[in-house]
Design a protein around this ligand. Structure first.
Ligand code: SAM
Length: 235
């Protein structure tokens, strides 16, 4: 059964405020105290961020463009966006993540540079996000959503976006589906949260249903990191 009731979100929030926070802060950081797998995930994730920045800037400069980074983590994307002059709202369900993202942003951004504005950081789940943004980005968050909840989550993010929505997710192909099932036969202590894979067709259907179409696609794979990136625009 995919559905586990309303408990999933609380588990995810708790995880990303505690052990998950420590783990992912390390992976998304630059320190040397990471193992081989973590280093590989760090590399893969940084490629996803690069691909997103390229997709966005290919369409024109980001100066003054409003961007919502939903599930911002430690700010890996919010910071380069702000550095390009985007007006960023960055939110996350984990207060620890948001505090870390703000700390990183204050440390890394040249706030004296013209057009560079500190992102607006807020704690909250993405379902409670309101307002309108030119661009909405949500990276590597769908992994916490079963398909039954993913449709609603995608529809909500699309409703906040005026021009584009970028989503990345772990692709559900036969091979990874099998790996994931094997993982479920051997649930180790590190398996603190459930991971949900999504098929590109399911994500595309969810977007189409609310009047959006996929314009660009990208894929990042390293040994231990797989992420499909899609950019959607209104039909
Ligand atoms: N997007 C960031 C990045 O790519 O650097 C972080 C990705 S991390 C794997 C997943 C993040 O999603 C965590 O920071 C977690 O707290 C957040 N998250 C999970 N479920 C969420 C929800 N329902 N609303 C907002 N954030 C959520």
């Amino acid at each position: 059964a995919e559905e586990v009731g309303g408990g999933d979100k609380e588990v995810v929030k708790d995880y990303f405020n505690k052990s998950g926070f420590e783990r992912w802060k390390k992976i998304y950081g630059e320190t040397d105290d990471v193992n081989t797998v973590q280093r590989d995930i760090r590399l893969g994730h940084s490629k996803t961020v690069e691909n997103v920045m390229k997709m966005l800037t290919d369409e024109g400069p980001l100066g003054g463009v409003t961007v919502c980074d939903a599930g911002c983590g430690t700010g890996c994307l919010a910071i380069p966006l702000a550095n390009e002059g985007a007006l960023v709202t960055a939110t996350d369900i984990s207060a620890a993540m948001v505090a870390e993202a703000e700390k990183q942003a204050r440390g890394q951004l040249d706030l004296g540079k013209e057009g560079v504005v500190l992102p607006k950081f807020e704690v909250g789940d993405l379902e409670s996000l309101e307002g309108k943004y030119d661009t909405v980005v949500c990276l590597d968050v769908l992994i916490h959503y079963p398909q039954s909840k993913a449709d609603g989550m995608i529809a909500h993010l699309a409703s906040l976006a005026e021009n584009r929505l970028l989503l990345s997710f772990a692709p559900k192909t036969l091979y990874y589906d099998i790996l994931k099932r094997i993982g479920e036969f051997f649930p180790g202590p590190s398996k603190a949260t459930r991971a949900y894979l999504h098929s590109e067709a399911d994500v595309e259907r969810a977007l189409n249903k609310v009047g959006w179409r996929i314009r660009k696609r990208g894929l990042t794979t390293t040994q231990f990191y797989f992420s499909r990136l899609v950019e959607a625009v209104p039909i």
